[in-house]
Design a protein around this ligand. Structure first.
Ligand SMILES: [Zn+2]
Length: 473
């Protein structure tokens, strides 16, 4: 699906202004529905329940806990549930001056310049622009004109065994060596969703960001499992019967298992509490059991969708990713339909109506984006507020998927947007559309065709769908 660049930029300019900076270290919550507590103690009162990828200003720490501030309050959270990104700098490695702007658009006001060789503290990436700290404010520099670099002490950890490390930030690069889970490397920089790492032999290598985490035993949500309590159950403050009781859960309560140790599961409850349960008191469950989902791989047949810089058709990559998502959703207990299961054409109206006719709980349309500017990249989700009985339905789904997806290294934010797309408009079913990346950006196009990328993003989308249903209950 193409979008109108001017429209986007106009909206951005209208909606953004310079906001004050988060001066201290910041991190993000890496799981949905986790509680902040008043003290560094799970028996202390809950002050707030966080969504996944909530930005947290870290103001202090004590043992395994961070003291953090959110937009609405403050409290304590276990470090395990906070992802602290590597400290990065935006560096001008060109011989030219680069403008520092007030919003992510070439037409926005320039408030300063980065001279050749200058660096500025990196905060995040949004709409293909790097957000930097400049004179106490958050400002923007064009990501395609600058490099991201790290100080030497920063580390990155490999998430999976036998991960290829290459000599270029591209799958065209030769494999130099393979890394295994929890192997750590000094990270020197980041480009196109890949990390540049220092190898022990002094060489430099590159690894896809989505196969890495920022800490050892990084909690990525990848192997998140759900269980139910067998009967009424006291959850403990540690992994043995000797620990004190934190609270009592009723039978059939749903919990998220985030770690296991010596026959005990560490769990997050629906109410945001964390504690330990003996595995004998929990049973496996399928979190999407009883839910029916319509996946719509965009385009098909005579309609190729976007055509990438290397001549690949969007309709095929939509279908590849849709099939991986179907497999994962079915393993979680969902009843999954597809609007098309092969390369044929159907109208967007038919796709929307199909969700109503099948009476599915949700509709998710899968696309890959394109613009006539190859610098642009990022993941976005869409909802439509026209024709909905409850406009928040589509938004909640679009938001839950987006927030989960952008916890992945190498996936960058392009926003949650309200668009009058036909597939979303022509249905009464809660519906969202995802644009996973840009086919018009050579690097992102290469990444979205990679199987490991497709599996990681399908898993993140599935976690988002689980969050959507859990939040509704
Ligand atoms: Zn499309």
């Amino acid at each position: 699906m193409k979008k109108l660049k001017l429209l986007i930029f106009t909206c951005v300019i209208l909606s953004l202004s310079i906001s004050s900076v988060y001066a201290a270290t910041f991190g993000y919550s890496n799981i949905s529905g986790i509680a902040l507590h008043q003290y560094d103690d799970y028996s202390s009162p809950i002050t707030e329940i966080l969504k996944i990828r909530t930005k947290l200003k870290i103001t202090g720490e004590k043992d395994q806990w961070y003291n953090v501030k959110t937009e609405s309050g403050e409290g304590w959270i276990e470090k395990y549930f906070v992802t602290v990104p590597a400290e990065k700098y935006v560096v001008n490695n060109t011989p030219y001056k680069i403008n520092i702007r007030t919003s992510p658009a070439s037409t926005s006001k320039a408030v300063g310049q980065l001279n050749p060789g200058d660096k500025a503290k990196y905060i995040d990436t949004y709409h293909s622009w790097n957000i930097i700290e400049y004179q106490g404010n958050e400002c923007y520099t064009a990501s395609w004109l600058t490099d991201l670099e790290c100080e030497n002490s920063q580390k990155i950890y490999i998430l999976y065994d036998k991960t290829d490390i290459r000599d270029k930030a591209s799958f065209d690069g030769n494999v130099i060596v393979q890394g295994n889970r929890n192997d750590s490397y000094e990270v020197a920089g980041e480009k196109n969703g890949w990390f540049k790492i220092n190898l022990p032999n002094g060489q430099t290598g590159y690894v896809p960001g989505w196969l890495t985490g920022y800490s050892q035993n990084y909690y990525s949500g990848r192997n998140l499992s759900y269980k139910k309590t067998v009967g009424n159950l006291n959850i403990k403050s540690g992994p043995s019967i000797e620990y004190g009781n934190l609270r009592t859960l009723n039978g059939e309560s749903l919990v998220k298992v985030v770690n296991s140790e010596n026959g005990w599961d560490k769990v997050v409850c629906q109410e945001g509490n964390v504690g330990w349960c003996s595995i004998d008191s929990l049973k496996e469950t399928y979190p999407l059991s009883g839910k029916s989902i319509l996946i719509d791989p965009g385009h098909g047949g005579k309609d190729p969708g976007s055509i990438s810089c290397s001549g690949k058709y969007e309709k095929y990559v939509n279908l590849e990713t849709a099939y991986k998502l179907k497999e994962i959703l079915e393993s979680l207990g969902a009843n999954v339909y597809m609007t098309r299961d092969d390369d044929y054409y159907i109208t967007n109206k038919e796709r929307g109506r199909m969700a109503d006719n099948l009476n599915t709980d949700i509709l998710l349309s899968i696309h890959h984006n394109s613009l006539n500017n190859s610098d642009y990249f990022g993941l976005s989700t869409y909802y439509n507020t026209i024709n909905y009985k409850d406009p928040s339905y589509g938004y909640d789904l679009a938001e839950a998927i987006y927030l989960n997806a952008i916890t992945t290294n190498g996936i960058y934010r392009d926003g949650i947007l309200d668009r009058n797309y036909e597939v979303l408009r022509e249905t009464n079913t809660p519906a969202a559309l995802i644009e996973i990346g840009f086919m018009s950006n050579p690097n992102e196009e290469m990444n979205v065709h990679n199987e490991s990328f497709q599996y990681v993003i399908a898993e993140k989308i599935a976690n988002g769908i689980i969050d959507y249903f859990n939040n509704k209950n």
